[in-house]
Design a protein around this ligand. Structure first.
Ligand code: SIN
Length: 534
């Protein structure tokens, strides 16, 4: 006797800014399930330090924000998409403020208060709305507060979405449509069936596919992998953004030193104290991220050092502590006083610029399935995301997807959803296989598919990823599923997508830099890399 499916009007996978905003916007029209694999606060959003890029100052303009985005994106941004997101930004930010989000304020010369706008790499104006250096945490607080008082929204924590249920998989005729999700309930270890007319992927990115990342442990590319298996089109996965400055300390796991620190005057130095960015780019330490990350990589290779330094000691201690309280305190906990000494930093995987290809309303090519936030590829980021544009994109696309799904309701399907079939699977007795493969995959990606690539290394990586996938697949079918195994399977799929996309792009552009094709090809402009399961 199977478990009865849990029926909802909307299923949202993920509890970051995109998923929570979508849920709040549709809850008046039906029952919403938010499914999240850990606790509700554990999302990439929660760790965002920088902020939301939006034009809110009279000294700024939409045109300037559009141009900064397009320049960072290295010829691959969809300009009409960029413009529409930038122009919609201020309204979405205002909604967030009305929900209770508290951005940092500053006092003007006349004693009034106004939003304190930060600066980050590639921006020609101050336009980053932030809550000191814990913007994501404050966003999550405000959104979760609103969710808590909404009776139509149920949050399922410690529930891991395994696979999308589609009409194609069910063998039903006509167009492919998403009708539900199989979910591992980590409290009971049972796989449950959830059904809904609208399913929204808001699962974030895949930083954990690399050995070193600024991302939290949850960033395992689940939504990208799941939708690829279900038949969605995946776009531009070669463009993985490496953040130039993560704390280099043996005990610091994934701790970011926000680009806002450079925005407020910090400089990059090599271990001999030289400012190596001066000869690389007119914006020096505040050049676009791809350029800074590559320059650090090359400086580390040139000197043989395993990190560089970021120095903010030119600013008064009181200012540093007030503007960057989280970074100051975290570094101090590691024995480093950033008001007195430079910060050791290294680049680390940070953001997935590609993802599930979506329409301007966040629709994927699978009916009833939307993708919003980092998991999606809208055309905003092109070949390199401009700092702090992602939270803006998440807000705008959550709004659009909500409106679109409300205005275009899909009909219920005339079939029962089958239970998850675990066959003869038994409990796994060799979890070491999972942890070994997990390490090997992440090291392979770091060594062969990092900041500087070659065709030979990419091909080597593909062979290793395929071997690992075979082992993972055997394991998957033989044993009952666990979160660790599911994450490993998703990471391996995402690794395959990144490597295959990188091999397809025979040029260097934005975040994809290969020694075999070091130039940006003219005829590749505006050409997305597309992959779809045959
Ligand atoms: C940062 O604070 O440097 C991260 C901001 C971003 O990735 O947009």
């Amino acid at each position: 006797m199977g478990n009865l499916p849990k029926n909802f009007d909307f299923i949202v996978l993920g509890s970051g800014i995109a998923g929570l905003t979508f849920a709040l916007k549709v809850a008046h029209a039906g029952k919403v399930a938010i499914i999240t694999k850990k606790s509700r606060t554990e999302s990439n959003t929660n760790y965002a330090q920088g902020g939301i890029a939006a034009v809110t100052s009279k000294n700024d303009s939409f045109e300037s924000h559009v141009q900064d985005t397009v320049i960072a994106g290295s010829g691959l941004c969809k300009e009409e998409i960029v413009r529409s997101i930038v122009e919609e930004g201020p309204d979405r930010v205002e909604e967030l403020i009305n929900l209770g989000m508290k951005f940092s304020q500053r006092e003007t010369e006349n004693g009034d208060c106004e939003l304190d706008l930060g600066k980050e790499g590639g921006h020609s104006n101050r336009r980053i709305l932030h809550a000191k250096d814990v913007t994501g945490r404050e966003i999550e607080r405000a959104l979760l507060n609103s969710i808590a008082s909404n009776e139509n929204i149920c949050v399922f924590e410690n529930h891991f979405a395994i696979d999308l249920i589609t009409t194609q998989k069910l063998g039903l005729p006509n167009i492919n449509r998403c009708v539900g999700v199989y979910v591992l309930n980590n409290e009971t270890n049972l796989v449950e069936t959830y059904s809904a007319k609208t399913v929204v992927l808001a699962t974030g990115g895949c930083g954990k596919v690399y050995l070193y990342t600024s991302n939290p442990d949850i960033a395992t590319g689940d939504g990208t992998a799941m939708s690829y298996r279900a038949g969605a089109t995946i776009s531009n996965m070669e463009f993985i953004q490496f953040h130039p400055t993560c704390l280099y300390h043996p005990k610091a796991k994934s701790f970011l030193i926000s680009e806002a620190v450079r925005g407020e005057g910090a400089e990059l130095l090599n271990l001999s104290g030289q400012r190596f960015m001066e000869k690389i780019h007119p914006l020096k330490s505040l050049a676009p991220r791809d350029i800074v990350a590559r320059a650090i990589d090359s400086e580390m290779k040139r000197t043989g050092d395993d990190h560089v330094l970021l120095d903010i000691t030119n600013k008064p201690a009181r200012y540093i502590i007030d503007r960057f309280p989280n970074i100051y305190q975290t570094c101090l906990n590691f024995g480093l006083d950033i008001t007195k000494e430079p910060i050791p930093v290294v680049p680390a995987a940070h953001y997935q610029c590609g993802g599930v290809q979506v329409s301007p309303n966040g629709e994927t090519c699978i009916n009833g399935l939307y993708a919003i936030g980092e998991v999606s590829c809208t055309g905003l980021h092109g070949a390199n995301r401009l700092a702090s544009n992602s939270l803006l994109e998440a807000l705008v696309y959550a709004h659009r997807a909500a409106n679109h799904s409300l205005n275009n309701p899909t009909l219920a399907i005339d079939a029962d959803l089958p239970d998850w079939h675990s066959g003869d699977a038994i409990d796994a007795d060799e979890m070491v296989v999972v942890s070994h493969n997990w390490d090997e995959l992440r090291r392979t990606m770091w060594d062969y598919v990092g900041i500087v690539r070659t065709t030979k290394r990419l091909k080597r990586a593909l062979t290793r990823v395929k071997n690992l996938q075979e082992e993972i697949s055997d394991y998957y079918w033989d044993f009952t599923v666990t979160s660790d195994l599911l994450e490993l399977r998703n990471l391996a799929t995402v690794a395959e997508l990144i490597v295959k996309s990188a091999l397809q792009r025979e040029e260097s552009r934005g975040l994809h830099y290969t020694l075999d094709h070091p130039k940006t090809a003219e005829n590749y402009a505006e050409k997305d890399t597309l992959i779809r399961l045959q």
